[in-house]
Write a protein that binds this ligand. Sequence first.
Ligand code: SF4
Length: 190
Amino acid sequence: MSKIVLLHICCGICASSPVERLRGDGFEVVGFFYNPNIYPAEEYQRRMEVVKRVSHILNLRLIEGDHDPNPWLDLTKGLEDEPEGGQRCSVCFQMRLEETWKKACELHVPYFTTTLSVSPHKDSLVINRIGSKIDDTAFLVYNFKKQDGFKRAMEFSGQHSLYRQGYCGCVYSMGEKRGQVLNHTQKLYK
Ligand code: SF4
């Protein structure tokens, strides 16, 4: 079986060291930007532009997924007040990993994984458990924080003067960072 992996990319900066690591492990990597959690639309576009730039630098084939936020909002309904790292994030990981797995199946790519574990704010055990539950033969278990993964991603962003976002992505994480109490409806995402 060919060693091609579909790599879910949460943002361009986080993609750099995982791509390097997977290639070092002998994989051909295809990137998949699927993040309908990102709010607002301008921020989504900004992160998308960074991913395109990083893909160009890394000579990485990139696929963009759907970015309609409404299914994400439906899935996270009732979890608005969860802290970062709580139940809402597990649902968010699950949604993005499931879509990556479906895309891998559609493309006949035998493996999938995600850049999410490179972040020091994200629990790789939770991410890997969710990915393995979706398909334990196709999901590649990685903790991209290891081997200085996060530090190398930051160095890469400095070298290329890349935009660094100040919050995880969804409207609720934006509020947490700013210490605001937010009262959001689906209209905010439209
Ligand atoms: S904080 Fe990040 S991982 Fe958690 S729900 Fe929001 S966007 Fe998803």
